[in-house]
Design a protein around this ligand. Structure first.
Ligand SMILES: O=P(O)(O)OC[C@H]1O[C@@H](O)[C@@H](O)[C@@H](O)[C@@H]1O
Length: 361
């Protein structure tokens, strides 16, 4: 079996529209927006889509030695120590693998909030919450200023929010937020508990804790009505309200609270560098680095990662094994691969987002 595992597209049904750019990336003849606006990369998580329980969605599939498609998580289980490695002498588990997605919105998403890890463990009996991060890759032309909502800037009281949710007073809910403008290259971290909504026309890489738990408190968007069981994680509204962090984040605190500021880890001065996009200052849940390669670099490591090529093309070499990389490719590098090389073949530098578990050095 190859050391590096590449993934093909893995589109997932969602409650909102988008995906035209993902169709384009996949080379589809007639790219269009649809209910498949996301591509889950190396996912070991099943999507929770109420009404579609008969369809298994979300899990990444990869070919085994006999060229049969099997769930990536089952492949990991065959040699877990090699693939996932250890942390502090303890074997890592599937719960350590961040969930990584391409997300391509054509409409504003409904307002939602996700549980923190503590809330999930204590109140839902689940191992992980859904702290999530956005690396903005592209924005669509002709949509004005692309934005996200993350808040609240002006917090309602719990009772007020409850009433607005029950009466679906979306104008009142929206008035609690200011639009946060976004552009390619921006990085945001939305901790569990923080209400948010993504604006239209954004292609991003989304990195999150491995779960699909959401409180969806706007019930209708663009004609689609979210079924009752899908609104509050199958719980009641009081439990849903417990998920919210009501501490206000005033306009001038938004950057401190949500924006991540990349820092350089190393730079050889010849166009090859590694930077930290999301690290321990932002969250304990996952780590994101960006490798920029203009020629060739050798790397060492003992922690697995999911890699996503956002620009350029080239290859990743592990010993004699050469894996070609082109823009938008995604792959898994096992913990057992301790040395590898990136080689750039394009005029534009090869740019790879590397998504690691927890706080990886
Ligand atoms: O699961 P639904 O409600 O369609 O959410 C749509 C999307 O919302 C975003 O804010 C993120 O949380 C995504 O991970 C999620 O898939």
């Amino acid at each position: 079996m190859n050391s590096i595992i590449k993934f093909t597209s893995n589109r997932v049904w969602r409650t909102y529209q988008g995906g035209k750019l993902l169709d384009t990336i996949e080379g589809k003849a007639e790219p269009k927006d649809s209910s498949f606006p996301e591509d889950w990369i190396g996912s070991t998580v099943e999507a929770r889509n109420v009404g579609r329980e008969h369809i298994s969605e979300g899990l990444a599939m990869v070919p085994n030695e006999n060229n049969e498609l099997v769930a990536f998580k089952d492949v990991l289980a065959t040699k877990q120590a090699h693939f996932l490695g250890e942390e502090n002498g303890e074997p890592r588990s599937l719960d350590d693998i961040p969930l990584v997605k391409y997300l391509d919105s054509s409409t504003r998403l409904h307002f939602q909030a996700h549980p923190t890890r503590e809330f999930s463990q204590q109140r839902l009996g689940m191992p992980r919450g859904k702290t999530e991060a956005y690396v903005i890759l592209q924005t669509r032309e002709g949509i004005g200023t692309p934005y996200i909502y993350a808040g609240f800037q002006r917090s309602p009281s719990r009772e007020q929010l409850k009433e607005w949710i029950e009466t679906q007073n979306i104008d009142a809910i929206e008035s609690c937020f200011d639009k946060i403008p976004v552009k390619p290259g921006d990085v945001f971290l939305i901790p569990g508990g923080r209400p948010h909504a993504l604006g239209e026309g954004i292609l991003m890489l989304e990195i999150m804790e491995p779960s699909d738990l959401a409180v969806r408190f706007e019930f209708e968007r663009c004609g689609y009505v979210i079924p009752e069981q899908a609104r509050f994680m199958g719980r009641d509204i009081e439990t849903a309200l417990d998920v919210f962090n009501f501490d206000p984040v005033a306009k001038d605190e938004v950057d401190t609270e949500f924006r991540c500021h990349p820092s350089v880890i190393n730079d050889d001065g010849k166009g090859n560098n590694l930077s930290l996009l999301i690290g321990p200052e932002n969250t304990p849940c996952f780590t994101v680095k960006r490798a920029t390669v203009s020629s060739q670099v050798s790397r060492e490591g003992t922690t697995f990662f999911l890699g996503v090529v956002t620009e350029g093309c080239g290859e990743i070499r592990v010993g004699d094994e050469v894996t070609q990389l082109k823009q938008w490719d995604r792959f898994f590098c096992p913990a057992g691969v301790n040395n590898f090389e990136y080689v750039c073949h394009s005029d534009t530098p090869l740019s790879i987002l590397e998504c690691y578990p927890g706080n990886t050095q």
